[in-house]
Design a protein around this ligand. Structure first.
Ligand code: DOR
Ligand code: ZN
Ligand code: ZN
Length: 410
């Protein structure tokens, strides 16, 4: 197949023919190849998103999400590679559990995926199956938190990457009953304190997840960590009228902090955007604030929200593509995240004129709600994963089990 249109190549939009064969990009050129199977696109051709932080709840909580609905939701949002977190029930903290999870979710995945192991006693054995690890420094959904520095050091020495959920429980305050109260309960100082403790870890591929303030960002850099930020910390604050639906760890911060984070994003200081897609059901969230679980769905809305901000001139296309595709691809060490020769043909076709309001009923997560109700967004019209359409004309045309385990140890 050949795609023809205005494609994002090396930092800019250029009219190109993109030749795809065996799931990869064979060539990108300006003259018409002899092949007649040409798909001409009148909009913009972009690399598909790579989301390094999702919770697809499989195994253990498949009423909230499973690997099929999670990856389906990803596909509709223009994300064709996801990395799934290990806070399952039971947690993915042994080689056996990781193997079982891989076998089970592989049959359901519609897009490519990787799996995190939870740092713990069995980490080194798990590192034969995955190179991605997660540390929870405090309790959060399904985990108690805590870790041994020695284990992390061993994993880093083996070339594994380690992602940290940074909150220091010693800095937590009294339980809050609304979003500002929750921000005080798990304050930004607790994040700062947790990140500070990473400074003496050995060098290696370390990442601070969902950084929520500029100060945390600066400290994460000091600790030689990759900086990850979520759309919710960029576009929502404790002032959002979401009640328990806005409850997330780390919490939504004040409007000034949110704005500073956005400015840092504009300056290109955020390495990776991830959704931290953490679905809980509508009925689980629609309860007293204190009873509600923390977490928001977001894998399907991340890229579409950002595409709308691009069209409004609030952020540049290159900043978004870098954080949503290029850098995550580099961090995975995969030929993904760019439209270039030799790369996987993971591509989205969008039309900047197709702006719509986000509506929960049109999304595909089992969560059944979104914190971005009525936000403007641009969803991809077509999504291509390894050279195959998985979404065509806004319809799913992919297959359960098509997704490959791409980030494993080979
Ligand atoms: O709010 C959160 N929800 N933060 C996390 O770290 C976990 C996540 C979840 O799995 O629900
Ligand atoms: Zn987290
Ligand atoms: Zn998370």
């Amino acid at each position: 197949m050949i795609l023809k249109g205005l494609a994002y190549i090396k930092g800019g939009l250029k009219n190109r023919y993109i030749e795809i064969q065996d799931g990869k990009i064979l060539s990108v050129g300006s003259s018409r190849p002899s092949d007649t199977d040409i798909f001409e696109w009148d909009g913009v051709i972009l690399p598909a998103g790579i989301d390094l932080h999702v919770h697809f709840r499989d195994p253990g909580d498949t009423t909230k999400e499973d690997f099929y609905t999670g990856t389906l939701s990803a596909a509709f949002g223009g994300v064709t590679t996801v990395l799934d977190m290990p806070n399952n029930h039971p947690p993915t903290d042994t080689a056996k559990r990781l193997k079982d999870k891989l076998r089970a979710v592989g049959k359901k995945a519609c897009v490519d995926f990787g799996l995190y192991g939870m740092v713990g006693k069995d980490s080194l054995k798990m590192s034969e199956l995955t190179t991605h690890f997660k540390v929870y420094m405090s309790s959060t959904t399904g985990v108690q938190g805590g870790y041994h520095k020695k284990t992390v050091a061993d994993l880093l020495a083996r070339g594994c990457d380690v992602a940290f959920h940074c909150e220091d429980p010693d800095r937590f305050g009294e339980p809050g009953d609304n979003l500002p109260g929750y921000n005080e309960q798990r304050p930004s100082e607790s994040e700062v304190s947790a990140i500070r403790s990473l400074i003496d870890l050995p060098d290696g591929n370390k990442r601070v997840c969902h950084v929520s303030t500029r100060k945390s960002m600066e400290l994460a850099r000091k600790a030689s960590c990759v900086v990850e930020v979520t759309p919710h910390h960029l576009v929502l604050s404790e002032e959002a009228l979401l009640g328990p639906f806005g409850k997330v760890n780390p919490p939504l911060r004040g409007i000034d902090e949110q704005y500073e984070l956005w400015e840092a994003f504009e300056r290109g200081e955020i390495d990776v955007l991830t959704s931290d897609h953490a679905p809980h059901l509508l009925e689980e969230k629609d309860v007293e604030f204190r009873e509600a679980p923390a977490g928001l769905p977001g894998v399907e809305t991340m890229y579409p929200l950002m595409l709308n901000y691009i069209s409004l001139g609030k952020i540049s296309l290159s900043t978004v593509v870098k954080a949503i595709a290029e850098r995550p691809g580099e961090l995975l060490g995969l030929k993904k995240g760019r439209i270039a020769e030799g790369y996987y043909a993971d591509i989205i076709l969008i039309d900047f004129r197709e702006v719509e309001n986000i509506q929960a009923e049109r999304l595909h997560s089992k969560a059944g709600w979104t914190p971005y109700d009525n936000f403007r967004a641009i969803f991809p019209r077509h999504v291509i994963s390894r050279g195959e359409f998985v979404v065509r004309d806004r319809e799913f045309v992919g297959k359960r089990g098509y997704g490959e385990y791409v980030t494993g140890v080979t």
